[in-house]
Ligand binder design. Structure first.
Ligand code: NAP
Length: 282
């Protein structure tokens, strides 16, 4: 399915997405067109990726079949209004905008148009991301497979019903921030125990990376792996006891729960206020 690909919004996520796709030869640079309202970002992306730069949204749709939408959620309304009359049956819209549902996109562009929704996270910037993919109505398996293949260089992906997107946001979307805090805390613990700061940070990072890798590679439940390194009366159980006295697991569960709740609230707020506003009011 060699296709031409377009990107609207060359910011942090859009650039990461297109860099990964091009640098891993999923699409040739000459088959990619990008557009951004900011001339500086447009030129920088064009020069760095050696792709075509469009003069407007319409040119992206004219050239490409698969269009990644990577503008901020509050800017998506204006983009959709601008492109809705240019969208043909051959087009596949792939939106990365957090909190904007497929039905909201379809309401503007038309329910017969093909839409896929993504929820990526920041480690996509280094090819170690997690992306949830939700297909809209009418998306064929081969189209979904094509998008999964394109996104492979950015990390792992999972196809999920859109009803799970708030849960995904609370876990893998917000999750990197929780893990950054955990890494910082581990390193602080090492510094408290006398380690130099840079050594402590390296130890903390590699420990988190290695532990995550073990869960993924062995397929064992984390509790089984934990039990294996917890000798009776040893150091690890002393550390685990200190964590559990402060409800470590309960606190992390509550963090995910709070983020999911906030994601739902933001979605409702956007529908009530922002999303229903006309483009000129945004
Ligand atoms: N960054 C992440 O880690 C992450 C994670 C998950 C999901 N996402 C989603 O990815 C999307 C992009 O996020 P981001 O962090 O990459 O944002 P960003 O860095 O601000 O990039 C968005 C780009 O779109 C441009 N833009 C605004 N209005 C436009 C228009 N009408 N036509 C064309 N371009 C326009 C912006 O230009 P100006 O700067 O001039 O406005 C900016 O260059 C968002 O919807 C976000 O929810 C991001």
């Amino acid at each position: 399915m060699g296709q031409k690909v377009g990107l609207i919004g060359c910011g942090v996520m859009g650039s990461a997405l297109m860099s990964g796709i091009i640098h891993n030869n999923k699409v040739l640079p000459e088959d990619v067109i990008v557009w951004d309202i900011s001339a500086k970002k447009l030129e920088e992306t064009r020069d760095r990726l050696k792709v075509k730069a469009a003069a407007n949204n319409a040119e992206v749709l004219n050239f490409a079949r698969t269009i990644f939408l990577a503008v901020k959620p509050q800017d998506l309304y204006a983009v959709l209004e601008d492109i809705k009359n240019e969208i043909e049956d051959r087009h596949l819209l792939v939106s990365a905008a957090a909190g904007i549902g497929i039905s909201e996109i379809s309401r503007i562009v038309g329910s017969e148009k093909k839409v896929i929704r993504l929820m990526p996270n920041t480690p996509c910037l280094i090819g170690s991301g997690m992306i949830a993919i939700s297909p809209g109505p009418g998306i064929e398996v081969k189209e979904l497979d094509y998008i999964e293949e394109l996104l492979k260089p950015l990390g792992k992906s999972v196809v999920l019903d859109e009803k799970f997107m708030d849960a995904v946001t609370g876990l893998s979307g917000s999750g990197p921030a929780y893990v950054f805090m955990f890494i910082e805390a581990l390193a602080d613990g090492g510094v408290k125990a006398g380690l130099p700061r840079d050594t402590a940070l390296l130890l903390a990072c590699q420990t988190v990376l290695g532990a995550a890798g073990m869960v993924l590679k062995t397929g064992e439940h984390p509790s089984v792996l934990k039990d294996r390194v917890t000798s009776p009366g040893g150091t690890t159980i002393a550390g685990i006891y200190a964590l559990e006295k402060k409800s470590f697991k309960g606190t992390v569960i509550k963090a995910v729960e709070a983020a999911v709740k906030r994601s739902k609230e933001l979605g409702r707020e956007r529908e009530d206020k922002g999303w229903k506003r006309k483009p000129e009011d945004i």
